[in-house]
Write a protein that binds this ligand. Structure first.
Ligand SMILES: C[S@@+](CC[C@H](N)C(=O)[O-])C[C@H]1O[C@@H](n2cnc3c(N)ncnc32)[C@H](O)[C@@H]1O
Length: 355
């Protein structure tokens, strides 16, 4: 089994250096130039292509591992500056020599292509050396088609149009939301409800965070730092008044409306008097038709340290929709007092207090 995960900084540094070296060699072969000169040219382009390194918006760096955790390979896709809308480039895919010939590259690419489908990407292009027959055969199997090139060209462009997914017809994708998360309270421990996935609160407050999530896998995928516990927010395993701060960052949208009262009551119970429940969530309008029953919110999240998380949160479209007023009522029914509320058209942030 091949499991594709976001790369850590250490993995990125290692793989990216290797990727630059390999790409410089390929370009030197194609152009009949010196690899060192090509490498210098590539490196000069990095600040434009990847202004925020591995966290640059519109780029994905993934590392593949097997079940035993062995590192198998690396894949990088991203949007090149000035590229036509909806087009991304498969910049690199690489498998450790020891793991070649076992379908790893194919599995990595299949997963990567699948993950792009919900992301407004319609076309993927790649460049491959004309003499790399195995790679060309693999890309062809995955549905890439070679563009016409002059006779004797040493590199080829291949292109794949992502097939419309039946899910796409069901999904309504809202405009990209830009969320700026400013500093969190400096309290000793922060309980983050639904803290798996991108683990945004954990990225900000690290070891101060106790991230709970119903799904083990979501916690495993979130970056390291917080104490991660598989736990249901409807029944928190903490004593009363244990925390000064509880957070829910785009987690409540993943819960059924019938569970919200219980989750707010639990947050209230585990907070100490004077404590705060900080909620960020999507404003979901009422559902309009039968066919479209999934809502997707592409998000760009600015963290206090200048890093940017680019992701998308998608859920089944609740019939009646949900806005800040809906959550305010649930919060007040659980005895919270609303301290502040900032809403845009499609998302809101709310600070709730336990008096
Ligand atoms: C995708 S995450 C949302 C964003 C996440 N906070 C982040 O920073 O990226 C939402 C999580 O809420 C979790 N969740 C849904 N219902 C839950 C419940 N009753 N108890 C705990 N976690 C729950 C889901 O498993 C999911 O991982």
């Amino acid at each position: 089994m091949v499991v594709l995960r976001k790369s850590t900084q250490e993995e990125f540094d290692r793989w990216f250096a290797l990727s630059m070296e390999r790409q410089a060699e390929d370009r030197a072969w194609v152009n009949g130039t010196d690899p060192k000169a090509e490498r210098a040219q590539l490196e000069a382009m990095i600040p434009v292509l990847l202004p925020k390194g591995m966290d640059s918006p519109d780029h994905a760096f993934r590392v593949a591992r097997d079940e035993a955790g062995n590192e198998l390979g690396f894949v990088w896709v991203g949007v090149a500056p000035g590229a036509p809308e909806g087009t991304c480039v498969l910049f690199d895919v690489h498998v450790h020599e020891a793991h070649r010939g076992r379908g790893v590259a194919r599995a990595m690419l299949e997963q990567m292509l699948e993950s792009l489908k919900g992301d407004a990407i319609k076309t993927v292009v790649l460049y491959v050396r004309a003499d790399n027959a195995p790679a060309r055969a693999l890309y062809t199997k995955l549905g890439f088609v070679e563009e016409e090139t002059p006779e004797g060209a040493k590199d080829l462009q291949m292109r794949k149009t992502l097939e419309p997914d039946p899910e796409d017809e069901r999904a309504h994708t809202f405009e990209r939301q830009h969320v700026v998360v400013s500093g969190l309270p400096s309290t000793r421990a922060i309980l983050d409800i639904g803290g798996g996935g991108e683990g945004v609160i954990g990225r900000i407050a690290g070891e101060r965070v106790i991230a709970i999530d119903r799904l083990r896998q979501e916690l495993e995928e979130a970056p390291a730092g917080p104490l991660k516990i598989v736990m249901d927010a409807r029944e928190l395993g903490f004593l009363d008044k244990s925390f000064q701060t509880v957070t829910a960052f785009f987690s409540l949208m993943y819960m059924k409306a019938e569970d919200h009262p219980r989750v707010f009551e639990e947050a209230f119970r585990v907070l100490a008097p004077g404590g705060r429940f900080l909620v960020w969530d999507a404003v979901i309008p009422p559902r309009t038709g039968e066919k479209r029953d999934i809502v997707v919110f592409p998000m760009t999240i600015d963290l206090p340290d200048g890093k940017v998380v680019s992701t998308g949160y998608g859920v089944r479209w609740p019939d009646g929709g949900r806005d800040a007023a809906y959550y305010r009522h649930v919060a007040e029914a659980a005895q919270f007092e609303v301290v502040s509320e900032h809403a845009t058209e499609r998302h809101f942030a709310m600070e709730l207090a336990k008096r």
